[in-house]
Design a protein around this ligand. Sequence first.
Ligand SMILES: NC(=O)c1ccc[n+]([C@@H]2O[C@H](COP(=O)([O-])OP(=O)(O)OC[C@H]3O[C@@H](n4cnc5c(N)ncnc54)[C@H](OP(=O)(O)O)[C@@H]3O)[C@@H](O)[C@H]2O)c1
Ligand SMILES: *[C@@H]1O[C@H](CO)[C@@H](O)[C@H](O)[C@H]1NC(C)=O
Ligand SMILES: *[C@@H]1O[C@H](CO)[C@@H](O)[C@H](O)[C@H]1NC(C)=O
Length: 373
Amino acid sequence: MEALQFLFSVESWRMAVFWTLSLIFSYLHLLFRGIFQKSQSYPRRSLHPSSEQPICIITGATSGLGAAAAKYLSREGYYVVLVGRSSHLLSKTIQEIKQQQEDVHLKALQVDLSSFQSMLSFKSSLEQWLLDTNLHPSVQLLINNAGILATSCRFTAEGYDQMVETNYIGAFALTNLLLPMLKNSSTPSRIVNVTSFTHRCVSQIEVDEETLSGKYLKCFSKSGRYPFARTYEYSKLCLLLFSYELHRQLFLMDPSHHISVIYCRYPQFRAADPGAVKTAIMREVPRHVSQLAFTVLKSLGILQSPENGVDSIIDAALAPREASGQYFFGGKGRTMKSSPLSYDAKLAEKLWASSCELLREAQLTMQESTKAS
Ligand SMILES: NC(=O)c1ccc[n+]([C@@H]2O[C@H](COP(=O)([O-])OP(=O)(O)OC[C@H]3O[C@@H](n4cnc5c(N)ncnc54)[C@H](OP(=O)(O)O)[C@@H]3O)[C@@H](O)[C@H]2O)c1
Ligand SMILES: *[C@@H]1O[C@H](CO)[C@@H](O)[C@H](O)[C@H]1NC(C)=O
Ligand SMILES: *[C@@H]1O[C@H](CO)[C@@H](O)[C@H](O)[C@H]1NC(C)=O
């Protein structure tokens, strides 16, 4: 019954039709470009054997793509900090990786990206851990991978829509919190944001604080019709807009610096789109529906395992420095353009301002509540 109800909702159809079309569009685009012109691709660079062991932070590392990325990068020689909400799942993931390869360096740290308080304590635990283990207080690679597809309307302690906060605002806040440590790296550090082809389905977008915080969604929580597909696309487009905006802010608007200087001081930015991957992302979708979706995607030949789907994320993480600001899709180091809307600099600037304002509000609320207690 629940599955049937779900199947006949507008949002499910949006997901089934629009998302599949945008995925097919992406692959066709890659294919044609591959035939008619040389496609832009970047090789993976392995680590310098002599350099200090670099530190990589992966959010949402307890499942699917995050876990696959943790496995791959720890073998590459990174000290991988796995981040997720559940300490139980974190230790389970570490055990599984260690069973396959013993001599890897892994550390688990808990954080809930839908809570500012939790992100602040994450930062202090990270600093404390680096101090205790005698590691340099810097981070070389940050992968903003955690993400959810929520099918019901839920609000966080800060009063924001949970999906937007997890997928976008959380990544924004965490990136900001970790920026000093990313800049402190002696080798150029990198940030990879895991976004999605679904961002192509957004044709119009509002990025004011009201919309961003999901306050307009309040009315949906009662009627039960939460526009989950649209909200997911929205969160992924915001992540992209942000990627390009920070890229512009740090690289292009600072002509007084030599590029090489900027390259050492600031992290580089890349976005990765894994395509369709069989993970637990559809955990909130009725089981029959998600199975149907996976069957259809598989018959179209575009469903990947996490081990293959992670390719674009690893490509983005290990690409040479010229790859800054690129959108990785399709593996083999290949990149492509994201949607035209995602390159709208005015929109990105507005989003930046709203996000900073939300962050400031959250900080104020937190200060007040600590004063009160
Ligand atoms: N699968 C696909 O087809 C596909 C396609 C395009 C893009 N993506 C993107 O790829 C990323 C990874 O997704 P996946 O497919 O690997 O999904 P998944 O298997 O559901 O994994 C999601 C991860 O995010 C973590 N997470 C969720 N909420 C969190 C929170 N509030 N704070 C911290 N961690 C949280 C979960 O860990 P805990 O539950 O332990 O906290 C889990 O490890 C997402 O950003 C997704 O949007 C996926
Ligand atoms: C950067 O590294 C130096 C040591 O090389 C350390 O003293 C300083 O506190 C670090 N800064 C940050 C922001 O972690
Ligand atoms: C990643 O997303 C965060 C938060 O939205 C943003 O601050 C950062 O610029 C983005 N970086 C990349 C590489 O996409």
